[in-house]
Write a protein that binds this ligand. Sequence first.
Ligand SMILES: *Cc1c(COP(=O)(O)O)cnc(C)c1O
Length: 416
Amino acid sequence: MSKTDKQGLTTTIVHRDRRAGMEHGALRAPLHSSVQYGLESVEDLIGIFQGSKKGGFNYARQGTPTTAMLEAKINEIEGGVGTVCFATGMGAIAAIFLTLLKAGDHIVSSRHVFGNTNSLLGTLRQFGVEVSMVDMASADSVAAVLTPATRMVFVETIANPGTQIADLQGIGSLCRAHGLVYVVDNTITSPALFNPASVGASLVVNSLTKTISGHGAALGGAVTDTGLFDWAGYPNIADEYRKVAVAQQGLTQIRKKGLRDMGASLSSEHANQISIGMETLALRVKHSSASAQRLAEYLAAHPAVRKVCYPGLASHPQHQRASKLFRANAWLLSFELRAAEQTNAFLNALQLPIKATGLGDTRTLVIPVAATIFWEAGPEKRKEMDIPDGMVRVSVGLEEVEDLIADFARALDTLA
Ligand SMILES: *Cc1c(COP(=O)(O)O)cnc(C)c1O
């Protein structure tokens, strides 16, 4: 069976395995748990190491048939020229930074980023990389900090947890004009709602742990090269990786150094679980995005709620931008109670949402972010990142929205 252009995301995903050929008629590609892969001849073995033999496997730290199948699927739904999977989303982000930047380089990041990404940028500083963190609501603030040493710009599609939406299109044009690697973390939107290639992204990050698998039973991350960046002009590609086609140079370096040398490799077992979860990605995201819209509207209208951040609300500063860019506004919202001191009691009164970190699960998860994920950052950094003390993050799951709203209503009633 071959693929026709313009098939939908779910059609593409659920038929991708058998398009690659079926072992024993299996509709899902079998799980290959072997670490070592033997070759027919010693010349083939040598060819794997010297790069003349394409497509083979040798040691699972650099990939297996099962991780390769997942990479092919993610690559197809992101519209890339290549994808590399990692053990976690952070593994994917760390591999980009550590394999493409060197001491003396400058990176510009949105200051509205995932807490662990923020912490990792601090580590980069220790290795002599200069980091600027700016509000990316306008591309002008990125333009204002560029230096001759700037190599890379990093941004999230819908920022976690404040839901700010950067000027993704404007920053894309700026990066193209200045020859900068434009890295877009697509975790919150996922390929179901957005393809960063459409705004000129060079590299796309997806945490596979979140909505792509959906079940919260496996960790994983992916880096997709959109093919839009010209690696021929990038100064930090090692001579060894200049030997492959220009379009593959960036990703080859990320795979070799990120997986082979640094070792944050995805296991076949987790790749298989992520592949299974991914089959329902579009259906789940459609459902939970519609529920998030209803819940956000409910909370925004409630007198005990001070503020709700959700791109689907007309009050959101980038509401228009979100409707233009994304196929829906996703399943992440945050809010603050008027009585911030009652936040913990309120969260304890909720029965359905689970008090847990994590995102994009089948179950609704709630967490007070300042006291948890952003605690280590400290009050000053939290202020800089627009994380108020009373902010609660909600990752809306697959429960019927009526049940969720009833539970929030009941818990709000318990407030004095
Ligand atoms: C969770 C998350 C990550 C990291 O993913 P892990 O798989 O948990 O390592 C990166 N970026 C964003 C936006 C996230 O929400």
